[in-house]
Ligand binder design. Sequence first.
Ligand code: SF4
Length: 586
Amino acid sequence: MLESERLRLSQEIEDLAAKYNYQRQSLLPILQAIKTKHHHISDFALQEVARLLSIHPVEVYGVVSFYSFLSTSQQGNFVIRLCRTISCELAGKDVIARQLQNELGIKFGETTADGRFSLFWANCLGMCDQGPALLINDYVFTKVTADQVFDILEACRRSFGVFALQGRNTLNSEAAVQSNVKTGVSVESGVLSNNDLNQGLKASIQGTPENVIQIIKESGLKGRGGAGFPTHIKWELAAKSKSEQKYVVCNADEGEPGTFKDRMLISDYPDLVLEGMTIAGYALGAKSGIVYLRGEYSYLLKSLQKAVDARRAQHLLGADILGKKGFTFDVDIRLGSGAYVCGEETALIESLEGQRGEPRNRPPFPVNTGYNSNPTIVNNVETFVMAAHILAKGPGWLKQQGTKLSTGTKLFSVSGNCAHPGIYEFPYGVTISELLRKVGGEDAKAVQVGGASGRCVPRSQFEHIIAFEDIPTGGSVIVLGPDTSMLNVAKNFLEFFNEESCGQCTPCRIGNRRLLEGVEMLEEGKCSIKYLRELQNLGKSMQLASKCGLGQSSPNAFLSITEYFKDEILGKVHETVQLEKGGTRA
Ligand code: SF4
């Protein structure tokens, strides 16, 4: 690098660091800005960032190497990420992968010799109802066909910039983010109603913060991210924590394969999300809110920021909100950088602090010691939308639908082998067969509920209900048609977890590797029944011994598939069984 270039880059990084007050927790946005402009984080840039933030370069390297959207190697002007999750696979991603490699003359993980294109796999772009999906820099392309691959690449080549992408009306991101939204309940009465916007916030500030928490408690609201933890308990504990500074964090790191309903809420209903966060701020006595938006949704950043700015202008954010003296709350948006594990709340907080997104030991819990060691609640996007409605309509509204233990409705992201993929709203308690009738997936042989970390439900269990007391889900429903290879489904999910495990604890780091190897052995007919049982026991141990939800849930699909689809699996081990009978272990 020439001396003049070094000086220019050094000044640029100095300006960035100054913009963020040289704060350690700004490491990620600083690195993201450098990567976007220079297509990598050079050794010199890394050292400069470390110097300016007063941290060791090894720490900076540790962060860069953790996130898939950051890199120390030079990448192309156009970074192409093809989604490889099962929904895109069922939609034909292999053909697109082949065509991309043919056109570019490179393999996945490589950059073209002219430095224009880099090609990578992506672990779910949140476009599962519109696959196969591609992300090129900040532009998303959906329902891509092999013929279109050439056109898309030509558009990039012609401009050598992003302008050609912006001009593509039929394939642009604006159109792509519009999922088909269908409801199993009246839109007027459901979570997607916008009619009572800001009524919940107005009602909240007329009462005390304790009243707000009481109303949430009476409604029976449970977190919509999947775990189903009662919302009022988090809010109550954080409210009781004695601290000047508290945080309300919106978890918009929607990385679970097959889930895309939060993308729609952020793009079409940002006001409801921000209103719910503001209500939580009032209930907790928190002045600061943060939306952690996944890096794959960076194209939503502008519109979300616009919504934040508009609310500030309307005194719905900022100081003395709606004229309520002393009620101050504002929202900042932070981008993730391509790490599924950051959907886990403590990993998300680590990421916000500019660290590797590695889950923390608990206790302490975030409600006491969260972001920057302050009390913090982390809730899912849909949970905040629900909270806004509940405060507007009263706790009885949620109880009108759903079951006793799972009140209200739920948004479902439906993809896979069905006639009408999209986003649906159903009351909790809907049976899988009812849902399948609505989405045109009656001939399914199985349904993966809850994404890669959820469970595979066979046809014999289609009368089970989706609810916390039976089959819980954060919203992902992947329909698996009669011709689907269940081993392939298990393999796809295990590849995903091998990529996304943070590697901190052995059961998850090594266990997922062994399970994937086992599936590959099954595919090749080289896995004995005895070894399959050992793998099943390993999966059960992982559920108990892994440190966080990722490792605890990663064997779920493998276990349910090997349990419910024994006949299909056993077909694969048939030859080995014969060998076993003869006393030889494969
Ligand atoms: Fe990391 Fe997996 Fe352990 Fe979670 S379970 S801490 S993701 S290695």
